[in-house]
Design a protein around this ligand. Structure first.
Ligand SMILES: [Zn+2]
Length: 454
């Protein structure tokens, strides 16, 4: 009798684990994601109530509390916070006025994250426009010293992959300050790295090199970058009055937020799905990356609500501090190592939440890739066809040390850099249906990888 009861329990468990065939499970995931409005409510809350949730801010802690509750409500069986050391930097008053013989021109600027400030009184200096670091070196110390260097190389719009285009211009923002300081520059003003032509400023982090003086770094809207360039051609002696009264404070503590559904067969093996909870202080962080966080919470909600029982443990992670020093991803991997966890696969959504194209797979051998590509047939009915080699994301990349499969969620990115790191990245710029096509695609992929041991 005891044997029969045990058998009955295990059979019913199996039955519950896979009540339908995989195509039907995937369809039920898409049906639910496209008709339920929990995700929209979460994104709206994060955008409007935790706007400007830069690492080290109260808004970021507000977002931590909110998403912790959201994961509990989504049906995670375990939810916890993981302490993360983060920088504490605050923007101050900002003003940039070009004083030239043509008159005064006020420019739309934004300090770069972690930049040193000019002090409240600002600085006044002549400008020198440069295209790249090679030209900067050719011009050399004589003409750079005591000037403000204006980096004005636009993103190459002929590059179809917008992330590659961005990557080709972002060195000015990230490293321009130290490169210019080598030649005695007083500050740098950088054209925003974006394919868009508009008045929004796209900020981001600046990284200073050791042993080189730290100088203030700000970025400039693309329209104003063109304007400034034209004015400088008319008057090379024009002087920029630049105020950027930002400040760096000692590091502080924030948190990764983690919610888990424990696997019924291999609870010690993990599949992580995540986005980053922090966002730039001038932004609502809708596409970057509130949407990715919401899609991760949705993965938990969809598994729970549709009673899709995962064999392995599924973890949704809201990583903290991706934008400044990426400590959230480091801490998550370090803790995984200490606990001896087996990280089977990890997926990151941090490329905006426009319509899904598919997925990129990294850290997998040819055989595993071949098997993963076979999954494409489940996504055909949803118009999701991109299954390619190479992918991941900055928060999950520290898991590579455990040989974890890296998966990057790939939406159509043609509009992404209209929003990225700017005040234009608002809730209103997200098409909820597109975001939810992504949520469903992500949850379905994780379900299939777990089901088929891929
Ligand atoms: Zn991001």
């Amino acid at each position: 009798m005891k044997y029969i009861i045990t058998l009955f329990i295990s059979l019913s468990f199996l039955f519950k684990a896979s009540p339908q065939n995989p195509e039907e499970v995937v369809k039920s995931i898409f049906d639910n994601a496209l008709t339920d409005n929990t995700a929209e409510e979460h994104l709206l809350y994060l955008c409007k109530n935790t706007k400007g949730r830069i690492p080290g801010s109260q808004q970021a802690l507000h977002a931590v509390r909110y998403t912790m509750n959201a994961l509990i409500e989504a049906g995670a069986d375990t939810v916890w916070l993981q302490e993360v050391p983060v920088p504490h930097w605050e923007r101050g008053n900002e003003l940039a006025v070009l004083k030239s013989r043509l008159g005064a021109l006020e420019l739309t600027i934004s300090a770069l994250g972690l930049s040193v400030g000019t002090g409240p009184g600002g600085i006044d200096a002549k400008l020198i426009e440069v295209h790249d670091f090679k030209q900067l070196t050719e011009i050399g110390t004589g003409r750079i010293k005591d000037k403000i260097v204006f980096f004005n190389r636009p993103v190459d719009n002929t590059i179809i992959n917008t992330f590659s285009g961005y990557a080709g211009a972002v060195d000015q923002r990230v490293s321009g300050a130290s490169e210019a300081a080598k030649f005695g520059a007083m500050a740098v003003i950088v054209r925003s790295p974006t394919q868009a032509m508009h008045d929004f400023v796209h900020t981001g982090v600046v990284r200073y090199k050791e042993d080189i003086p730290r100088i203030p770094a700000v970025c400039l809207s693309p329209n104003d970058a063109n304007l400034l360039s034209r004015w400088l051609k008319e008057d090379k002696e024009a002087v920029l009055h630049l105020v950027s009264d930002c400040k760096n404070y000692p590091d502080t503590i924030s948190f990764n937020v983690i919610g888990e559904i424990t696997g019924y067969e291999k609870p010690g093996e993990y599949i992580t799905v995540g986005g980053h909870l922090d966002a730039w202080d001038i932004s609502e962080g809708a596409h970057d990356d509130g949407g990715g966080c919401v899609q991760s919470i949705e993965t938990i909600r969809l598994f729970h609500e549709l009673e899709v029982k995962p064999r392995r443990s599924i973890r949704a992670v809201m990583f903290m501090n991706e934008e400044m020093t990426s400590t959230g991803g480091q801490v998550y991997a370090d803790e995984a190592g200490k606990r001896g966890e087996i990280h089977y696969a990890a997926l990151e959504s941090d490329r905006g939440v426009m319509s899904p194209l598919g997925f990129g797979f990294g850290n997998a051998d040819d055989e595993r890739l071949e098997e993963l590509f076979q999954l494409a047939k489940y996504f055909e009915p949803y118009g999701i066809r991109y299954f390619a080699r190479g992918g991941g994301g900055s928060d999950i990349s520290p898991l590579r040390r455990f040989n974890t499969l890296q998966i990057g969620y790939i939406p159509d990115s043609q509009r992404y850099f209209w929003f990225h790191h700017s005040a234009n990245d608002t809730f209103e710029q997200v098409n909820i249906r597109e975001m939810q096509m992504g949520s469903a695609a992500i949850a379905s992929l994780i379900y299939l990888i777990d089901l088929y041991d891929l």
